[in-house]
Ligand binder design. Structure first.
Ligand SMILES: NC(=O)c1ccc[n+]([C@@H]2O[C@H](COP(=O)([O-])OP(=O)(O)OC[C@H]3O[C@@H](n4cnc5c(N)ncnc54)[C@H](O)[C@@H]3O)[C@@H](O)[C@H]2O)c1
Length: 494
């Protein structure tokens, strides 16, 4: 099927970008908004986005005029009567979408394909509300649409033969990589991404770590393009909240229940970038007071505490060496004991004559040191540990002494979810990896990450998380557990 004229309904965060993508590929676009004011906002999005591309030298001014010239903006849906395809990008609320699709079904020619950009809603339910269920699919772009390469093309049990392939071919023509999937809440990417974002909000609410520290840990420690709170602001907290709600309705998994903080922020109008303020947009978190630095000891890497004396730990990335090189003195009676954490820090701290001096250290990559304070750690020791690791050239991430601290507590359940998703038969390892790389800009897909971290390390980390939080979804996926037991280090691929 040839798609030459397309309609885009809703020109907000996603719709304006989707209209731009179509126009850049030479298609004629009719953009529809709810009212004149929203239409002006949509026009502003399009003009700013293409204007920025010109400023950055990615687009000639003449090309920009051509792109904008292909887009007609209107507040009348009736103008969609001659298009080959409509992509809808209005808010993530099923009733709104069903009402819209019923109307599109009335307006458009019977052969027109109707697509939803929904992140999570049932495409089947939307399709069933129309008189052309075979012609209704999901065409799920990622934010920002002109940049992100992935499009999830969602078929249903009633999709007409060839429709999914035609829409996937169109995505290819737009310069995107299509991944065709079935109709499950959240599809591949949001099913894996949103629980992670939600869990970040939960960790912050529990006081395990602060906003800036969690963002820094995931960005610098794991190499993600941005931390979870920056991403939530980009997505829009209202959209994230609605998607979480849909996931929860389908799965009844407690981890998919939107964090209460999200609801409060959405109600307060703190939606992220689109409203000017979300997790960010206020004053940055206050820097804690600088400590009076003294002597330090580094213990761990298998030992049991200060009885073995301070030493540089094998797996410690040379933390002690870095500190020595920075001019600090090691002592048998140190002001702060940095414990390279291999189990709850408190278990080590209680063996010290002065447990208040112990801070757990977990090095993540070569840039981040998570610093876990126990219930007994003194403020002075926590501050000293923070300043020491900064001087050692690392980014400190202060957190509570909880299993997985920040990074593993957020990363490992996401990896586990990917294993379960694959094991359920929903998507292949390669599709899941490609979807997360291209849809989220991650440096590697979950299976690539699992294999580079080591399957056993992740399995053991999940066991520790499960033991601490008693969350069923943290129990290692049977497939992961069995591969570790069998001594296999790679996931079998066909
Ligand atoms: N935000 C993201 O990162 C993201 C990513 C992928 C998919 N999505 C999905 O895209 C859809 C839109 O989300 P968004 O973040 O762009 O929302 P948004 O709130 O930024 O934009 C929605 C737009 O739809 C318009 N609108 C509302 N009702 C309308 C109607 N009846 N007719 C025409 N326009 C109408 C609004 O005026 C608004 O401009 C949702 O289904 C969402 O799940 C969002």
């Amino acid at each position: 099927m040839a798609f030459e004229r397309v309609g885009v309904v809703g020109l907000g965060t996603m719709g304006a970008g989707i209209a731009e993508v179509f126009a850049r590929a030479g298609l004629r676009v009719i953009g529809v908004e709810a009212d004149a004011e929203a239409l002006a906002r949509g026009r502003g999005h399009l003009e700013r986005s293409t204007g920025k591309a010109v400023d950055k030298g990615r687009l000639e001014p003449g090309q920009r005029d051509e792109i904008l010239g292909r887009v007609t903006l209107t507040t009348s849906r009736e103008d969609l009567r001659d298009v080959d395809l409509v992509v809808e990008a209005i808010p993530e609320i099923l009733d709104y979408k069903i009402a819209l699709f019923k109307d599109l079904d009335r307006i458009c020619e019977p052969a027109t394909v109707l697509a939803t950009n929904s992140s999570s809603l049932s495409v089947t339910a939307i399709a069933a509300a129309t008189g052309r269920p075979g012609q209704v699919v999901g065409m799920h772009f990622f934010n920002p649409a002109p940049v992100m390469k992935l499009v999830e093309v969602v078929g249903t049990v009633v999709s007409a033969p060839g429709v999914v392939a035609d829409v996937a071919a169109l995505a290819g023509r737009l310069g995107k990589t299509p991944v065709a999937v079935g109709d499950r809440a959240g599809f591949v990417v949001n099913r894996l991404l949103l629980p992670y974002l939600n869990q970040a909000a939960v960790l912050m609410e529990l006081g395990v770590a602060g906003r800036d520290d969690i963002d820094a840990a995931m960005k610098l420690g794991v190499g993600l393009p941005m931390g979870p709170f920056t991403l939530l602001d980009l997505i829009g907290l209202d959209t994230a909240y609605e998607v979480m709600g849909v996931l929860f309705d389908e799965t009844r998994d407690r981890r998919h229940a939107p964090a209460p903080l999200l609801r409060e922020m959405v109600t307060a109008g703190l939606l992220g970038r689109k409203s000017g303020r979300g997790f960010y947009g206020d004053s940055p978190q206050e820097e804690p007071a600088t400590s009076r630095l003294g002597t330090f000891g580094v213990v761990g890497g298998g030992g049991d505490g200060p009885t073995e004396g301070p030493r540089a730990a094998g797996g410690g990335g040379g933390l002690a060496e870095r500190l020595r090189a920075a001019g600090f003195k090691e002592s048998e009676d140190p002001d702060v004991v940095l414990r390279l954490a291999d189990r709850p820090v408190i278990e080590h701290a209680v063996r010290l004559p002065d447990p208040a001096r112990m801070v757990g250290v977990h090095l993540v990559g070569d840039q981040v040191a998570e610093l876990a304070s126990t219930v007994l750690t003194s403020e002075e020791a926590a501050n000293a540990a923070r300043d020491l690791v900064k001087i050692a050239g690392l980014t400190p991430v202060p957190c509570k002494d909880r299993a997985g601290f920040v990074v593993d507590a957020l990363l490992f359940p996401y990896l586990n979810d990917a294993v379960r998703m694959h094991d359920s038969g929903y998507a292949s390892i390669d599709d899941i990896d490609a979807a997360m790389r291209l849809g989220c800009g991650y440096p590697a897909g979950p299976f690539e990450m699992l294999e580079s971290l080591g399957l056993a390390k992740v399995r053991d980390g999940l066991r520790a998380l499960y033991a601490e939080y008693r969350e069923p979804a943290f129990a290692p996926a049977p497939l992961l557990d069995q591969l570790v037991t069998a001594g296999v280090s790679r996931f079998p691929r066909p």
